[in-house]
Design a protein around this ligand. Structure first.
Ligand SMILES: Nc1ncnc2c1ncn2[C@@H]1O[C@H](COP(=O)(O)OP(=O)(O)O)[C@@H](O)[C@H]1O
Ligand SMILES: [Mg+2]
Length: 506
């Protein structure tokens, strides 16, 4: 039997979109087949058709040499095709054994639970899927729940196992373990389909790969004949440049390093508890997390607005711990604070004074007087470059809209040619155009080699701009920094909820 399953010309329309457009896809027994594509390319839909959840509008499925048409997932499972969805479907208040056997018409569990549990333990051990049949599902981590779902499919005799973005909820260690287990299932003669949008995973485990783009299968390749670059091109539909893939600048020198830093919050408790991190030149480090988990304290210790109680902060190798705000400004640290009017700008003062505010010493003429004319022309230039809409250079800045305030602040902070920018929620409250301008400025600074710490609650912003992502929760950095190219929102979300090493269930 060459193919375990063949899908031919599968088409599936949803009200506004062709989710699948004449897709051909097949799986051989004994292989791990990656189904690769960007979000919305039709991967889950295609596999949900195979697993009996959706019916195709057109096309044919040949399973073990015979045309099939599944009316429900139960139908598909009975035939030997099982899918583990992104959102698990276990019953929290049942045990692992009860969940696995649930829906199995066999009543022997009720009669002989111990024997059934033994059978499950043996089955899971065979494929390296450690589970505890007696545990309740609510007690399990996400990784454990996933193993239960997989064992459930194996228990029901599935020959073809489909996993929808299985690593999204796993730590890297759990992912490596999963891959090894999938290999055992394939070696056992089963077919394994792994849905993913991560090139690295295809490179790591796939024997073959089918690439979907915009609902169409645009490439099918066998291990040895594909490279990460070719896969990226097939997936995206054009040559992927370094810029748009935001390749990290791992070679850049370390600009900021924090070692085991402790700081108190405003009520005298630990706001930061042993934070260590490093940012390189030309790198944006995104700090994800819910505000109030040390974000403000982090920005303030780096910019000298809050004392460090323990630990050290280094700027380009020099110890700058507790140097104070002006000394840090002089050394090239810019701050885009969360309260733009409080810490950032002086509301009653005009634009020129606000631009001057930070570096009035530089603006002094030879006689020690402020060269107001020079300041005026510099402000004029910045206002133009940053497209700040204001009534006049001499009007108080409190009259500006949020977006214009933010741009004025950015103009001042960025025109200082900083080495490090600490940006807290830089796009918060801005309209789309202003938010885009802010992103553009930050990326421009990054290209110039500035190191940037980007604190944000907006995961879209974090993912769009950052090279690496850390999660701040309860004043600590959770887990290891994630590379944005391989990180998922789920991973970040789990860390935000305080999950350390093994990701805890949501
Ligand atoms: N139940 C549905 N109803 C309407 N549109 C859907 C439905 N499921 C998916 N789609 C649409 O079909 C397209 C493919 O979705 P999907 O198969 O989930 O992609 P992927 O799994 O590759 O991210 C998307 O445009 C998505 O919005
Ligand atoms: Mg999907």
């Amino acid at each position: 039997m060459e193919y375990l399953v063949e899908m031919k010309g599968i088409t599936k329309r949803f009200p506004r979109v062709f989710a699948n457009d004449r897709v051909d896809f097949n799986v051989r027994p004994g292989e791990i087949h990656a189904l690769l594509g960007e979000n919305g390319s039709g991967k889950s839909t295609l596999m949900s058709i195979l697993a009996g959840l959706y019916r195709p509008d057109d096309g044919q499925i040949i399973y073990k040499g015979r045309p099939v048409s599944f009316r429900s997932p139960r139908d598909a499972i009975r035939a030997g095709i099982g899918m583990v969805h992104q959102h698990f479907k276990l019953v929290e208040t049942f045990t692992v054994a009860e969940n696995i056997i649930l829906g199995d018409r066999n009543i022997s569990f009720v009669l002989r639970p111990a024997a059934k549990e033994r059978e499950l333990t043996e089955l899971s051990a065979r494929f390296g899927l450690a589970i505890n049949p007696g545990a309740y599902v609510w007690q399990l981590s996400v990784g454990e729940r996933q193993r239960v779902e997989i064992v459930k499919m194996l228990y029901r005799g599935c020959q073809l196992l489909i996993l929808d973005e299985p690593t999204a909820v796993l730590t890297p260690q759990e992912s490596a373990e999963l891959f090894a287990n999938l290999r055992r299932m394939a070696d056992d003669g089963r077919g394994v389909v792994m849905i993913t949008h991560k090139l690295s995973e295809v490179m790591a485990v796939a024997d073959r790969v089918t690439v979907l783009r915009g609902g169409r299968a645009v490439a099918a390749m066998t291990r040895g004949s594909f490279s990460e670059r070719e896969l990226a091109t097939a997936m995206v539909g054009r040559e992927v440049t370094q810029e748009s893939r935001r390749q990290g600048s791992a070679e850049g020198r370390t600009v900021l390093e924090m070692r085991d830093v402790y700081a108190l919050n405003d009520v005298g408790r630990w706001g930061l508890e042993g934070v260590s991190l490093a940012i390189r030149s030309g790198e944006i480090l995104g700090v994800a997390g819910v505000a109030g988990n040390g974000q403000r304290e982090l920005a303030e210790v780096i910019t000298g607005l809050r004392p460090v109680q323990r630990g050290r902060i280094f700027l380009e190798g020099q110890d700058v711990t507790n140097l104070g705000p002006q000394a840090l400004i002089d050394r090239g640290i810019s701050h885009i604070p969360e309260d733009r009017l409080g810490t950032g700008l002086a509301p009653g003062m005009n634009a020129i004074d606000n631009i001057l505010l930070k570096d009035y010493r530089k603006a002094k003429g030879r006689a020690g007087l402020i060269d107001y004319k020079a300041a005026r022309s510099r402000t004029q230039k910045l206002v133009q470059a940053f497209d700040v809409r204001l009534a006049g250079l001499r009007a108080p800045v409190k009259l500006l809209s949020g977006g214009n305030l933010q741009k004025l602040l950015l103009a001042r902070e960025l025109s200082a040619e900083p080495r490090l920018i600490v940006a807290a929620y830089p796009a918060r409250g801005l309209d789309i155009a202003a938010a885009e301008a802010v992103s553009r400025f930050l990326l421009q600074e990054r290209r110039r080699g500035t190191a940037i710490l980007l604190i944000s609650e907006d995961l879209d912003e974090i993912f769009a701009l950052s090279d690496r992502i850390i999660v701040l929760s309860g004043g600590r950095v959770m887990g290891e920094p994630l590379r944005t190219e391989t990180a998922t929102r789920e991973q970040v979300g789990l860390l935000m909820m305080g999950a350390g090493g093994e990701a805890k269930a949501v």
